[in-house]
Write a protein that binds this ligand. Structure first.
Ligand SMILES: [Zn+2]
Ligand SMILES: [Zn+2]
Length: 362
């Protein structure tokens, strides 16, 4: 299966032909990555496969790389995961990333993964000229220069394997740290029940965080450097003054609540994440939801999660991300404790099967 990846859009794409171990490649200069995030920067990247330069109506150009799905995945796993992770964690992630990419192609649906330091979540918004983009919006794809042999091993040993339910490729959502229990799809997105995205208890991420606090190298080796800047996401706390919160809410929602008097959770999901929250102000009161809307409204950036207890204007929180599907930190701990990729995937996506893509191609 071939995948079309939009690498970069620029006023003018600068690229040159090259070779790597006798294989023709191309080098694109000035690739912008981490768009909108604090690691936003330009890089020179090298790619295998085919390059198409598309001229856009607004005068810009887009570089589109067409490449085999498995080759794409070796780059993605090298870019998204620390290569020093246990191999069973890398294999589990390879199956998730493959399933996600296959769904993007198969259904042409607008499932895109939007991830930043504070929010590991999905948002709607697809691509017109290609299947997936190369940035954090979809899955990070940085070409062939950063490919790690262990990522190749993880992809090859799970070749063509996807996670399925009822003969369909699964919507393999994942997040950084569930905080003790995973969440239901409907708490975060549309009101539908997805049979394999159920709430499961997860004692593993807490054990992983305990390792992090003790600077255990086993868990440190599972995390990218930027993720190690935070070890407070299993338990976190935010305190506002009424003035501060009024100002943040005005900036983020456009609503002047007046002096904030209370925050009242109306509805909580299976993990305890709030998806309906009443904000009571002197001038007006409103109910906000769902999960991501609440996280954005109550922070100058975005709260780690909507799993928090309220004590006055202090939020006592747990977890990082929407909590749906696989808990990355929990999965890392499971791999360290000796569970294999199949067990890990069945734990977080119950009633699913790992199958070969050729068996289910429609
Ligand atoms: Zn994208
Ligand atoms: Zn967890």
């Amino acid at each position: 299966m071939n995948l079309r990846i939009g690498i970069v859009t620029a006023p003018h794409i600068r690229w040159t032909d090259s070779t790597q171990n006798g294989i023709p490649t191309f080098v694109i200069h000035d690739v912008r990555i981490g768009i909108g995030f604090h690691w936003d920067r330009m890089q020179t990247q090298e790619f295998a496969g085919q390059l198409t330069i598309k001229d856009n109506p607004d005068g810009t150009q887009t570089a589109i790389n067409t490449i085999d799905l498995e080759d794409y995945l070796t780059s993605v796993i090298s870019s998204e995961m620390a290569a020093t992770s246990p191999i069973e964690l890398l294999k589990a992630h390879a199956i998730i990333s493959r399933s996600w990419a296959v769904r993007a192609v198969q259904t042409r649906q607008q499932t895109t993964r939007y991830k930043n330091l504070l929010a590991a979540t999905f948002e709607s918004g697809g691509h017109k000229d290609y299947d997936v983009c190369a940035d954090d919006h979809c899955q990070r794809y940085e070409g062939i220069r950063s490919i790690h042999p262990r990522a190749v091993e993880a992809v090859q040993s799970t070749a063509n394997h996807v996670l399925t339910y009822n003969n369909e490729v699964c919507d393999t959502r994942f997040h950084k740290c569930c905080g003790g229990k995973t969440e239901l799809f409907a708490t975060c997105w549309e009101d539908v029940d997805i049979p394999y995205l159920q709430s499961v208890s997860c004692p593993y991420c807490q054990r992983a965080v305990e390792r992090l606090r003790q600077s255990d190298p086993a868990i440190q080796q599972c995390l990218m450097a930027y993720d190690q800047e935070h070890n407070d996401f299993f338990n976190w706390q935010v305190t506002y003054t009424p003035d501060q919160l009024q100002q943040i809410l005005l900036e983020k929602t456009g609503i002047d609540f007046g002096r904030i008097q209370a925050l009242r959770p109306i509805k909580r999901g299976a993990s305890g994440r709030i998806y309906s929250l009443e904000i009571v102000g002197e001038k007006t009161s409103r109910i906000l939801g769902k999960e991501l809307t609440i996280r954005r409204a109550l922070s100058p950036t975005c709260l780690y999660s909507s799993l928090f207890d309220i004590d006055g204007l202090t939020l006592h929180g747990r977890g990082w991300g929407h909590g749906v599907g696989l808990c990355q930190l929990g999965a890392a701990e499971m791999a360290l404790e000796g569970f294999d990729a199949t067990y890990i995937l069945n734990y977080y996506y119950p009633n699913t099967q790992i199958r070969d893509l050729s068996e289910i191609t429609r």
